[in-house]
Design a protein around this ligand. Structure first.
Ligand code: GAL
Length: 817
């Protein structure tokens, strides 16, 4: 979508919000919370004294401030999924951060213009975890799963006049409850929703497009209503607006509802603009609900019109066009911001992924933040939403299996109702590598979950990430999943395809190649589980874990076999926790190395390998490694180029090392150009790329850097919104006098800000670095790091400055509007 269009659309949204306010209000409860770690018997009670507690704004993650400690949540286990046989001390599995324990949040809220009889709900987008929510001293709801959204009608708990209501939330994270950093606290938003007695409940509409073609689409809207007195006539006037705000269909229907069924309306949209990642057009259905001719509620349902089909033998079709998922799996944390959700941070992630050519996201292995799904609708990413990493059998001692029997259906229903109107959501996944897949009765649990999806949303199919290929091919588990998804095991795809009745296969999780940005190991060899004294992995992209593989194999599978549906790479971004291959007794390591983009949100070399294959609209020519190898003169330093062109020639200080052309000798030779016998000499390397006709298309040069001279700052935007939330990511680099990156520089950089905003956090992408994200100083990792600044609520100029010893400092001024 172009930005003008998006702006117009958001404007329309806010106009309809103003209209909606007459009868329905939704208020964000994000300010004026008091927080304390620890347990307090009386903290849900009105008289409790919390004046000494910390004042916080939510979304808030209590654990991201550290400190890192290897003794935080040490798990002595054998990770069978990683093929481990003996229980060993796993360090950094959940990031070495103090997420465990009890924490309390308290605030007070008013219901503006409160009238007796109104229905008031609280909506939690997610609370980590085991949330006990009380209002005015009485428990309103308990919701154990930290990733799910939930809501509760609190009308009967309020004060007489609706003012000064105490809201208290007790959260508890048990140790050994996760395989990665889960975050802690009220890390997503909390909303207060005020409606009339007759109203549309939370997530109360279900919009589908039963027929989609070029000339017209049919749209079916089901609206649930609550508290409609018997025999009352209800009128709903719904207008469908296109992206420019133009009315494209409208209906004004009167009906008496029997047996509490939903109110159904059907529409025809002529010449619809279809939703697809490259042009994610959205519509909205704005409904006005009248009871006895009184306007009682308004409700807006945003949607897209698109047609999804999975065809056996042929693959996945969106709006009639074949495509293979070019997807990534992501965990929910935002690196140095922890789990606390932030729209600007999510948008930054998606912007980088879009440029790489990625078109799909798997929310591994849990429900996402609603803001992420909304952004995927707007920016054009197909989503696979996946609720669980565990069902009834444990992966972690205190994992979700404790709640599965009682809560799985409720958790599924919330996810399905919340996201079944979203255009971006293409597939539901019912789980990831659940141990249940190997038990004789495991298929029954899978069927139970799949049936819930079919019942609540018959328009989408269901997958499941399966890693125990032998089990699931034998015991019937894989055969009953709509879309079989294999995690890794590319070498068994053919067998899966031959044995399964679905005649297609999804790479539900692939690759798990490991690398550290800017680190290169010699000699350059393909290795599994390679470990080095510095606890890093090589960025030649030749290293994977024992269960995983290099990207090239998955590219080849997708290119060669028609029945493959594409893939979701593990992972788009590095995340906190799971520092494989340095997980056993390997402190300090606190974050993953699987990411295509590092924890500081700086692309690794691998980003350009994916870009060269996935982004068909842009030119890619990327060279690695850097060219600062003092002490290695005369020794072999291989040079790789990641490019969309088939051929390139390498020159070192003007001397040709010859042309390389992509070929079928090995999977790597198909997708990379590699000069393995280059001898290092300082100076410059140049790669010249040619198309298939031998025409020169582009060239790139990198040079040996001289002495560190100054700090260069590159901001991802120069303007920010004065909303107290917006973020700008600033890449901080130390360069020589000519601007060449000093790629071996690990200096400490100090930051300061002044004016209309503040320093928020920084990260360098080094999984072994224990610098705290929220302090205004950080070591460079191989010459680079990222500092994040946050806008204030007042407009003005925000100045950011970065200083390091012996180099000229850097300064940047951002406009906060
Ligand atoms: C998979 C698992 C992911 C992550 C990954 C690391 O088996 O589904 O959650 O652990 O391995 O390679």
């Amino acid at each position: 979508m172009n930005y003008k269009k998006l702006f117009l659309f958001l404007n329309i949204l806010s106009i309809s919000f103003v209209q909606a306010q007459e009868v329905r209000k939704s208020i964000l409860l994000n300010k004026n919370w008091s927080f304390s770690k620890g347990d307090f018997k009386e903290a849900s009670q009105i008289g409790f004294n919390d004046t000494k507690w910390q004042k916080v704004t939510i979304p808030h993650d209590w654990a991201i401030y550290g400190p890192f400690d290897e003794n935080n949540d040490v798990q002595k286990v054998a990770i069978t999924q990683n093929l481990e046989k003996e229980a060993k001390r796993q360090t950094g599995r959940t990031g070495g951060l103090p997420y465990m324990g009890v924490g309390w949040y308290r605030t007070s809220f008013n219901v503006p213009d409160f009238k007796k009889g109104q229905r008031i709900s609280l909506v939690f987008d997610g609370a980590m975890s085991e949330a006990h929510v009380s209002v005015n001293g009485k428990e309103a709801i308990f919701w154990p799963y930290g990733y799910n959204s939930f809501h509760v009608d609190v009308s009967d708990f309020l004060t007489e006049n609706g003012q000064n209501n105490l809201l208290a939330v007790r959260l508890e994270n048990k140790e050994q409850s996760s395989r990665w950093y889960p975050g802690a606290g009220l890390y997503r938003n909390v909303h207060l929703v005020i409606t009339n007695p007759v109203h549309v409940p939370v997530w109360g509409t279900y919009l589908t497009t039963p027929y989609v073609a070029k000339d017209y689409a049919s749209v079916r809207l089901e609206t649930k209503l609550e508290n409609v007195p018997n025999k009352t006539e209800i009128r709903i006037e719904t207008t469908i607006l296109d992206q420019s705000g133009k009315t494209v269909a409208t209906k004004n229907d009167k009906r008496k509802l029997n047996h509490g069924e939903p109110f159904v309306q059907n529409f025809i949209v002529n010449q619809p603009h279809l939703w697809f990642p490259e042009n994610p057009t959205l519509y909205q259905a704005v409904s006005k609900i009248y009871s006895k001719d009184q306007l009682v509620d308004t409700y807006t349902t945003r949607f897209g019109i698109r047609d999804i089909k999975f065809i056996a033998e042929k693959g996945f079709f969106l709006n009639g066009k074949l495509r293979k998922f070019q997807g990534v799996c992501n965990h929910h944390d935002l690196g140095p911001l922890g789990a606390a959700v932030n729209v600007a941070a999510l948008r930054r992630q998606l912007t980088l992924l879009k440029d790489m050519g990625c078109d799909a996201i798997r929310t591994s292995h849990n429900m996402p933040a609603p803001e992420l799904v909304a952004l995927c609708d707007e920016m054009g990413f197909m989503m696979m939403l996946e609720p669980f990493d565990e069902w009834d059998k444990a992966k972690c001692k205190n994992g979700y299996h404790r709640f599965f029997d009682e809560w799985a259906e409720k958790d599924m229903i919330n996810m399905l109702h919340q996201y079944r109107n979203n255009a971006s959501v293409i597939l539901w996944s019912i789980g990831n590598e659940v141990p249940t897949q190997c038990s004789a009765d495991g298929y029954k649990v899978a069927k139970f979950l799949q049936d819930i999806c079919h019942r609540e949303d018959p328009t989408r199919l269901v997958t499941c990430g399966m890693d125990q290929v032998s089990c699931v091919l034998e015991n019937g588990f894989a055969n009953m999943i709509d879309i079989p998804g294999f995690n890794y095991r590319v070498n068994r795809y053919e067998e899966g395809y031959a044995k399964l009745s679905q005649n297609m296969l999804l790479g539900s999780e692939t690759t798990s190649t490991v690398s550290s940005r800017g680190i290169y190991k010699f000699p350059v060899e393909k290795k599994l589980d390679a470990k080095y004294d510095d606890h890093q992995s090589s960025s030649y992209d030749f290293e994977a874990c024992s269960w995983s593989n290099l990207p090239d194999l998955d590219f080849a599978m997708s290119d060669d076999k028609e029945w493959t549906l594409g893939q979701f790479v593990w992972t788009g971004f590095d995340y906190l926790g799971e520092p494989s291959p340095y997980s056993i007794n390997s402190w300090p390591n606190h974050s993953s190395m699987f990411g295509i983009i590092d924890l500081a949100s700086i692309p690794k070399d691998r980003y350009y390998l994916y870009r060269s294959v996935w982004n068909k609209n842009a030119e890619t020519l990327h060279i690695l490694p850097h060219w600062n190898w003092e002490g290695k003169e005369g020794q072999i330093v291989p040079v790789f180029a990641y490019t969309n062109y088939p051929t390139a020639e390498l020159f070192v200080n003007g001397k040709s090392y010859g042309k390389q052309t992509k070929n079928n000798a090995t999977p790597e030779n198909r997708y990379r150009l590699m000069w393995m016998d280059v001898k290092y000499e300082p100076g410059e390397i140049k790669v010249v790329a040619y198309d298939a006709n031998g025409t020169k298309k582009t060239e790139k040069i990198i040079r040996t850097a001289g002495k560190a001279h100054h700090i260069e700052l590159v901001a991802d935007r120069t303007e920010m919104q004065a909303d107290g939330k917006d973020l700008v990511y600033i890449t901080v680099r130390i360069v020589d006098k000519d601007g060449n990156l000093c790629s071996n520089d690990q200096s400490l950089v100090n930051f300061s800000t002044s004016g209309a905003g503040n320093y928020k956090a920084s990260a360098n992408g080094d999984p072994t670095c224990l610098d705290l994200f929220h302090l205004p100083k950080m070591h460079l990792f191989n010459g680079q790091l990222t500092a994040i600044v946050q806008a204030s609520e007042k407009a003005g100029k925000l100045t950011f400055e970065a200083k390091a010893k012996e180099v000229k400092s850097g300064k940047i001024v951002l406009e906060v509007k």
